[in-house]
Design a binder for this molecule. Sequence first.
Ligand SMILES: *Cc1c(COP(=O)(O)O)cnc(C)c1O
Length: 233
Amino acid sequence: MVPEGSRRAQLRDNLTRTREAVAAACREAGREPDSVRLIVVTKNFPAADAATLVELSQSDLGENRDQEAAPKAAELAERGLDATWHFVGRLQRNKARSVARYAGWVHSVDRPRLVEALDRAAERPIDVLLQVSLDDDTSRGGASIGDLPLLAEAAAGAASLRLRGVMAVAPLGWEPVKAFELLAKCSETVRAVEPAAAEISAGMSGDFAAAVACGATMVRLGRNVLGEREPMA
Ligand SMILES: *Cc1c(COP(=O)(O)O)cnc(C)c1O
C-alpha cells in the first residue's frame, strides 16, 4: 500500500502531466487547450482516488459499470464533493434508473430503447452522447453508422435528455486517425438532426493525441492519471 499522502502527490503529478499532454496535443492541432474537456476514468480504482481528484479540481470523472459507479458516486456525494459523473460503459436498460441518479452525462447511448429507458428514469436533464460502432461490430456496444439518424431523432425528441454529440472507441487494430476521422463524419450526421450536438468524445490514454487532431472535444483518460489497473479486490 502506498501511504495516502504520497498517493495524493502521485495523482497530482499525473494529473498535471496529463493536462499538459492534452494541451500539447491541442497546440499541435492548432486548437485552444480549453476546447478539450478531460474526463478521468476512475474505474477499478477506489472512491478515495476519485475523491482526491475532485479535491485537485478534476471534477469530470468517468465510470463504465453501474455496480461500481453507484457506490462511488454516493460516497463522494456524502463527503460533499461535487463530481460530474460520465457513464462511458455499456448500459443495460434495467440499470438506467440507477445511472440516472448520479450521471450528468451518458456517453454510451446506442439504441432507441435505451433512450426511452433513460428518458423515463431521468429526474433532471441528462446530457447524452450517441456511441458509434465504427467497425459495425455492435456486439461490443455502439450503434451502426446507418442507424445514427433515427437514433439521433429519438434522443433529440426525448424530453429529459439533451443530445450533445457522439462517442466512440477506436476499434482494435484500426489506425486511430482512421477511426476518429470516421467519427467526425458521424458527428456531422448527428448535427444534421441536432445542430447543437457538437461534442465528440474520443481518445483514451493510448490514442488521445490522434483524437484531438481529429476534433475530439472530450478525452477519456484512465491509466494516464491513475496508473495501470489491477482488478479491484
Ligand atoms: C476504461 C475506459 C477509458 C479509459 O481508458 P484508459 O486506457 O485507461 O485511458 C475510456 N473510455 C472507455 C469507454 C473506457 O471503458
